[in-house]
Design a protein around this ligand. Sequence first.
Ligand code: ADP
Ligand code: MG
Ligand code: MG
Length: 284
Amino acid sequence: MNMLKIENLHATVADKPILKGLSLTIDAGEIHAIMGPNGAGKSTLSYVLGGRPGYEVTEGSVTFTPSRHAGLDPASIRSSARDVRAEWTPDQVRGDDGGEAIDLLALDPHERAAAGLFLGFQYPVEIPGVSNVQFLRESLNAQRKARGQEPLSGGDFLKLAREKAGLLGLDMDMLKRPVNVGFSGGEKKRNEMVQMGILDPTLAILDETDSGLDIDALRIVGEGINAIMRKPDKAVLLITHYQRLLDYVQPDFVHVLAAGRIVKSGGPELARELEEHGYAEVVA
Ligand code: ADP
Ligand code: MG
Ligand code: MG
């Protein structure tokens, strides 16, 4: 089933064209890696998919079809979205499991999150004055509300938080501190993966989650991503500069993004080829 189908996406930032006809299809159960030179548009792609203000789509479409097993209440999320089922390609119809097909670009950022999209950022923000526990509980309950579900009780939430923090080797004391304030690079990324575990997304887009991680943190984060997201009804888009994260989170497909488009796609071997020979040679 095509969980994410990006077709001919064009986007501008401050009137400057950055994405120039990007197409990419991700099926449920798959992990895709996007690599590419600095300034290629990798972060722009994640912001556009997340609906960040200032990133304007000028052409193309993005369809998001969370599995029906994601247990969403479609009516609560679909209100502002157009059902694009009528426009499906034969490929999409064949793999259909009855999940909602959503025009992702018609949704507000919080609706995209409620529909099951999670964005991990290259530079996680610090929020002084708000504890991690508060922040995580509020993000989860906002998502539950948008799905028409009751908020989780304090006790149930703490149980969930403890379980996910344990998975990422983060101590509960870290969760009581203000969000990311004074956290090391590795702690911020592990913290973000705890958030991902709690929100339990259908599709995670992780932008340079490996940046600033030492070898041990890299392994913990990699194993966390696998534990949370390596499932038949989930998918991951990993944006990374380096092959090393891919030793832990093994991608099914690797793509090269250059000058706003996917210019080459392959299997895991493509990442090693890029690492060895550089983008210029592999893409030429
Ligand atoms: P990558 O993540 O692949 O390194 P980005 O998506 O961050 O690339 O950036 C792609 C291009 O968009 C770069 O040339 C960058 O300078 C430009 N860009 C990004 N944000 C802005 C902005 N707010 N205003 C103008 N140009 C921007
Ligand atoms: Mg970059
Ligand atoms: Mg970037």
